[in-house]
Design a protein around this ligand. Sequence first.
Ligand code: AMP
Length: 287
Amino acid sequence: MEIISNPAQIRRQTQDWRSQGTKIALVPTMGYFHEGHLSLMRYGREIATKLVVSLFVNPAQFGPNEDLARYPRDLDRDAAMAQEVGVDVLYTPPAEAMYPPGYQTYVTVEELSRGLCGASRPGHFRGVATVVLKLLHQVQPHTAIFGEKDYQQLQVIRRLAADLDVPVEIVGRPIVREADGLAMSSRNTYLSPEERASALCLFRAIKAARELVLSGAKSRASILEAVRGIITATPHTNIDYLALVHPETLQELETIQNEARLVLAVWVGKTRLIDNTLLSESRLCCV
Ligand code: AMP
């Protein structure tokens, strides 16, 4: 595995591969890898001949009072894990190369970025859309792979690629969970043992919502009430948002028509956790 940190060098490498007709997959990440990241890499390894993983803790997507400075970082550990999965290039651009002096161009995916995490984290998706578009230009992959864990992000990126005619296939992959159901996240490392126990309420709420829908519940009110009850009964928690939304437009739904996405963000102590699930009338769903 090669580690490349220069944008011009990664572009030369991938242009070379493209000119030989080689299929390239990109997995964008902020590092501190866990099984969620590795599942995206393994999928990329399966579908493409060359696999690039980018590791960039993007300052543009953090608000002024957020955790940019303390976001967990360990390049040696990440490099060893990526190598083990068979990554061809770990692309680690420095912030000065992504946003050099004079930098002033940002991309906004308007409506999809407005609600949910966009409402609690102003500017977050502007930073995400901008960095992802830059990475797609630099790496020029045929396929870019993202996790459904960040469900709104995935919809924002699909819209970005379609609206700006980026010649890339965007693939979303299922959420990987700990054995007890907590969605894996680099931010789980912030949780104290008590908070880690409380954090399970997100998955408990998701399971309860799935069961309600399977037993015939359809209304937003009944589903969100059950979810809210489970979370508010759990110590150390504070709900940021709970919503039942259309899976693509992310518009709020009053009732489930065939399929909906339950999305939630909950503060557990000082850590904000997100999770989501498909709620389907017609099939037992999975993640
Ligand atoms: P991050 O490093 O947190 O920016 O995440 C990089 C990519 O990994 C994003 O596409 C995330 O959605 C995805 N990801 C993070 N956690 C998980 C998880 N538990 N399961 C699946 N994908 C994940």
